[in-house]
Design a binder for this molecule. Structure first.
Ligand code: G6P
Length: 609
């Protein structure tokens, strides 16, 4: 989704903005642009282009002196991706420039009102309305400063925004405001950064102020002042972020996707680190803010998330049920929030989100809380909107995930659910020895994942064959079904092969009609009570001339088991089986020449509906 970045200080702004925009590329975008204040009597200059950042760079002047500016990567919502619709947008006199992440929902009414006053619009975007609104306020009230003009404009806006605004008549000043879209400030020495994403500024400063909903910040080289929509000052000191700037580099890997797949060894160590209690065979999860009594009172657990987070939640629900015998299920956050859900007192809710900014997940959290329910977050991005909205939770500590598709945070979420399952189970009926078996299984994970990564060349060989097809099925049972969903999602996201997931038991109820030599099947066959059933599904496929690749475990008998996973505890098996699926999708996408890290039409963080 769109990203914004801004700078005011002593340094030349263009290289800083371009570097920030490069760091935002991973979120997905279709055009980009910058606005700077150039010259000693500053004048606004705007450069913007459709397509990749290189197109923008080609339009920029070689030498330009400017120390204040804003930049944007756009992911089209209102108006097609072209040069005119790219941000920044300006007012009619081209003195004010705005970049915007979010959606102005009442843009058509505002546009009609402004057009009736004779204002001409250049673009089809909702954002352009904001630039004209600010100019209108300045005309109506000539004595007000830019911050006040922005505040009065935003009072007319319905929707979500993270915006940066500047006006050439107030040089070396940026105004930043947020509601429903992330925005943070980076505080340096006589300089300030603003961005929608930590990655865009963490290289320059680790002193960060997370703006709250409704905040308006005025930034100058001297510092920042934060005010509310009611013009009250809000004191907010910077916090030091621990984010490792290296997370934002490929570190020698061809793609972020591959780097992040390989990081899973360390990530699993981090998510489990300090949280396993061998003495009591349980997990220490103080951040959930639950007493032993609260935990006992939980009769049902409901988990919400979108995309891969929802799939991880579905496996997590099974994990909790297996261990703690508490009824548990997962639901896509957007579906949940729009069906007037029943919130029960003894149900505990979890929200899963890598970014912590997914709009639908945040809205689902707010829906539960509005009705009096408790929501705990499983979030990667520290200090994100969902993390802050939740009543407690645990962080994944997976480091920044840059590739659009989720890999390391998917398995980290599964590991987090193992901890949560163990924590609830040991507060109920799981015996000490069964608890120890789970603890030991989790401790083994980093070593097992290392071994699986060593098998990557084997998965690459399978990928060469799968890459020839245009359709594929993924099948499995229980957790294997949800893994099939994740495998098929990964494959379609980055290789554009049409892939569908089915519960293996459902194959004969319809999809079998499409199985032939042109539609292969990837079957998940863990070493469990259902091996025989899974093998008969495979036989059904083969009888229809369908080619089969098995992600099989341990001693599973199959003449197709080309993607072997070691024997493991049923709780950690889904984590291990996710690895071949991730690597398969990665190598198939490479084979088909796709843009692995930034698949078409997709955004890393979906901050609008
Ligand atoms: C987008 C991404 C997916 C991700 C989903 C949820 O659709 O492309 O990879 O799973 O959002 O994101 P979240 O940040 O909430 O986990």
């Amino acid at each position: 989704m769109c990203g914004v970045v801004g700078y005011v200080g002593q340094q030349q702004v263009l290289p800083l903005l371009l570097e920030g925009l490069r760091r935002l590329e991973y979120r997905g975008y279709d055009s980009s642009g910058v606005a700077i204040q150039r010259g000693s009597k500053p004048q606004l200059a705007v450069f913007k282009r459709q397509g990749k950042l290189e197109n923008l760079v080609a339009t920029l002047p070689a030498k330009v002196r400017a120390t204040c500016g804003i930049g944007h990567t756009r992911w089209a919502t209102h108006g097609e991706p072209n040069d005119v619709n790219a941000h920044p947008h300006t007012d009619a006199a081209a003195q004010i420039a705005v970049v915007h992440n979010g959606i102005v929902e009442n843009a058509s009414e505002l546009r009609a009102r402004l057009q009736a006053k004779g204002i001409e619009f250049q673009s089809e975007t909702d954002t352009e309305v904001l630039a004209h609104l600010v100019a209108e306020q300045q005309t109506l009230l000539p004595e007000i400063d830019l911050t006040t003009a922005v505040r009065l404009s935003l009072k007319q806006v319905v929707g979500a925004y993270g915006i940066l605004v500047m006006d050439e008549r107030e040089p070396q000043t940026l105004v930043a405001a947020r509601l429903g879209s992330p925005l943070l400030l980076g505080v340096g020495d006589k300089e300030l950064f603003a961005a929608s994403d930590l990655g865009a500024l963490v290289r320059h400063t680790q002193q960060v102020v997370y703006l709250e909903e409704g905040d308006i910040a005025t930034l100058t080289p001297k510092g920042y002042v934060i005010t509310t929509m009611d013009a009250q000052i809000r004191q907010a000191l910077p916090v030091t972020v621990a984010e490792d700037a290296e997370s934002f580099d490929k570190n020698g890997f061809a793609h972020f996707t591959l780097k992040e797949i390989h990081e899973q060894v360390d990530v699993l160590q981090r998510v489990l680190g300090g949280r396993l209690d061998e003495r009591f065979a349980t997990a220490r999860l103080d951040g959930l803010n639950l007493s032993a009594k609260d935990r006992l009172g939980v009769r049902r657990i409901k988990i919400l998330g979108c995309g891969s987070a929802f799939i991880a939640a579905s496996i997590g629900a099974r994990t909790i049920e297996r261990l703690a015998r508490i009824p548990c299920d997962a639901e896509p956050a957007a579906e949940f929030r729009y069906r007037n859900p029943i919130i029960e007192e003894d149900t505990l809710y979890f929200a899963v989100s890598q970014s912590g900014e997914t709009f639908d997940t945040l809205a689902a959290v707010q829906e539960v809380q509005r009705k009096g329910g408790t929501v705990l977050g499983i979030v990667n991005n520290v200090g994100s909107s969902i993390a802050r909205a939740c009543d407690g939770g645990l962080y994944l500590h997976a480091g920044a995930e840059i590739a659009v598709v989720s890999t390391k945070t998917f398995t980290a979420t599964l590991a987090a659910f193992c901890l949560i399952g163990l924590y609830f189970a040991r507060g109920r009926d799981l015996s000490h020895s069964e608890g120890i078996a789970v603890v030991q299984a989790l401790q083994l994970l980093p070593k097992q994942v290392t071994q699986l990564l060593e098998q990557a060349p084997g998965y690459a060989t399978v990928a060469k064959q799968v890459a020839r097809f245009d359709h594929a099925y993924f099948v499995g049972r229980n957790e294997g079904y949800y893994l099939a969903m994740e495998g098929s999602l990964k494959l379609k996201e980055i290789s554009y092969i049409h892939a569908e997931a089915y519960a293996a038991s459902e194959l004969k109820h319809g999809p079998l009609a499409l199985v032939s030599e042109t539609t292969p099947t990837i079957a998940l066959v863990p070493e469990d009570d259902l091996v025989a059933k899974n093998l008969s599904t495979i036989a059904e496929v083969k009888a229809r001339k369908g080619q089969v690749w098995v992600v099989g475990q341990g001693a599973v008998p199959s003449d197709n088991a080309q993607m072997q996973v070691m024997s493991a505890h049923p709780i950690t098996t889904p984590i291990l089986m996710a690895l071949p699926l991730q690597l398969l999708a990665y190598y198939v996408a490479l084979e088909r020449g796709c843009d692995v890290d930034q698949p078409r039409n997709l955004a890393k963080s979906v901050t609008v509906e």
